[in-house]
Design a protein around this ligand. Structure first.
Ligand SMILES: [Zn+2]
Ligand SMILES: [Zn+2]
Length: 153
């Protein structure tokens, strides 16, 4: 198992009593704006997430981190410039696991309204930015002139 990534098909179903308990308690996914019931499968995050979000989390090679729930709303391309790291030349010869780590490292889940200004972790307030667009946004917020061009090397 490379890089701590695990395969979803290693997960088994929870016991019937555990499933009944979470249904009777109406336990919901803890990701903001998700109203789905908890997954009936075992595995990382299974006590906090619906199956869809569980498979979208870092432990399965996805984008989401439980300690940063807003990262579950990250896309695989930049919302501003459309940059697609999967097509980046640096990604070309990587194994799938390494490519996912690369993609995660160059795409940021950005709060449109900063949490400092009462912005929430709701998916409507999260946008995906590449490192350059994120730097540009930070610069704009500080009143600096735009110094990045759209071309990449
Ligand atoms: Zn969910
Ligand atoms: Zn961008």
């Amino acid at each position: 198992m490379q890089n701590g990534l695990r395969s979803a098909n290693m997960d088994s179903m929870k016991s019937m009593s555990a499933i009944k308990r979470q249904v009777s308690k109406g336990m919901k996914c803890t990701i903001s704006s998700c109203e789905q019931p908890l997954t009936i499968m075992t595995g990382p995050g299974s006590n906090k997430l619906c199956r869809e979000h569980q498979l979208y989390q870092r432990e399965y090679g996805g984008m989401g981190r439980l300690d940063r729930p807003y990262t579950f709303h990250r896309n695989l391309t930049c919302d501003w410039c459309g940059y697609d790291p999967a097509k980046d030349s640096r990604c070309k010869d990587m194994q799938e696991d390494d490519a996912l780590i690369f993609i995660r490292s160059v795409l940021i889940a950005d709060h449109k309204i900063r949490r400092h200004d009462d912005g929430t972790d709701h998916r409507d307030n999260i946008q995906t930015l590449c490192l350059l667009c994120n730097a540009e946004k930070k610069g704009e917020e500080q009143g600096l002139p735009s110094k990045y061009c759209a071309t990449r090397c």
